[in-house]
Design a protein around this ligand. Sequence first.
Ligand SMILES: Nc1ncnc2c1ncn2[C@@H]1O[C@H](COP(=O)(O)OP(=O)(O)O)[C@@H](O)[C@H]1O
Ligand SMILES: [Mg+2]
Length: 462
Amino acid sequence: MVEQGNRQPSFKAGIYLLENLTSGMYTDPFAILREYIQNGVDSIDLSAQKGPVDQLEIKIELDPGERRILIRDNGQGIPAAFAQEVLSSIGSSNKTAPNLRGFRGIGRLGGIAFSDKAVFKTKAEGERVESVQEWDCKSLRELLAESKNRALTFNRVFQKITSFSQNKCKRSLESYFEVTLYGISSFRNYIFDITRAKRYLSQVAPVPFHPNHFSYAQEIDSYLERNLRHYRKYNIILNEERIFKPYNDKIKITKGGSDRLTGIRFFYLRDGREELMACGWHGEREELLGSIIKGDNSSGIRVRAGNIMIGDDHLLDSCFREPRFNSYALGEIHIEYDGLIPNSRRDDFVDNKSKNMFYNAVEREIGLPISKEIRLRSRTKSESRIQISPAIKEEERRDKATLPVLESEPTKEATPLQAIKKQPDNVFTEIMRTCKDCPKLTEIIEGICNLSKKSKSVLKVN
Ligand SMILES: Nc1ncnc2c1ncn2[C@@H]1O[C@H](COP(=O)(O)OP(=O)(O)O)[C@@H](O)[C@H]1O
Ligand SMILES: [Mg+2]
């Protein structure tokens, strides 16, 4: 055996790690706008701790002629003394406050994959120095393409393709962080489609509801402000136009029709210990007879963390009786629970127990009640657009027998089984769902209830 002594095995990070962190991360180029917006709003939040935020904003300029993208925020910037260190850290972040959205230290690299050159410029309030880091992304791609470079270390590549400088400028109160991506690859042309970019940002970015198009804006804002530790919306401007969320009082539905909202329902999602995982709202539709068209940009119950969307409008499809029922609905779920962590692509959550609890709660509290309502309404209207198969009818019959009725509280007169069915957060919900085909289900539940009534410990009935 070879003696190792106290020597630690040396650690080597190679060139392809950088490839994974850049081109390997996001297939949709709009995701890079989201990452830079996320950094911008984190920085604005930090500035907001010091004073008023009305003037704080993120400006995005898409310039198809020059094939250039610029994203600039006037948050707190990075002080000159730390800029080089912060901009040279990869895969580690100094964001520790729970309200800040970033924590992996890789989002800033998103633009490297899509451009020839990326320039980061920043300045902090009251300083005379602007710090600049440049990435030669074209050279990085050339290095990655040549087999002779396979043994290059991450560190060596970083030295070769980045440069850092500091320029003197006039002392001013101004603070900013600016990202400019030059020479955007033509494979990514659609990022310059301004209408498409606006549509993306209106759904994903943490922007306000439109005060004139959506009458429920204020009601929802004050509900979210009351129930979440941090709920904020930001001024985001795309090519001089301010962006708002896509919600409207009137909605366009399939086959050229329309429907309108008659109110908003609010809800809470809690874990097994009654701790708040998320809260949200969904719109009550007058007719509810068709799905909302894609072009309306509002369909589906959307999930947001830090008011930035996770996944897309189909993330929660599987929580509905039929996936398409999600696009009959519109609304938002805002995450509050620290255990629900967006994954690095932000297209879902990191796999853990909290994720399962969350999806179960969405199904129970939102997906199933909305699915039932859609079927009921389609049944009662003669112009129903849904073909109900015998299998679905059987499912409906079982729904009625086994699922909790969420809207109302248990009444004094309820039988034990009725009372259980009416309680949204009940240990029996799971038993009832998994054992719904058991012919003795009612007997078993009532037996447990009678026992618990005697001991007054498991379930309070009456
Ligand atoms: N707009 C910005 N304003 C101020 N600092 C920024 C901005 N963007 C990035 N940074 C700094 O660069 C670091 C790395 O950013 P990023 O790679 O997106 O990682 P993360 O957001 O996960 O920390 C951030 O932690 C922050 O310190
Ligand atoms: Mg980030």
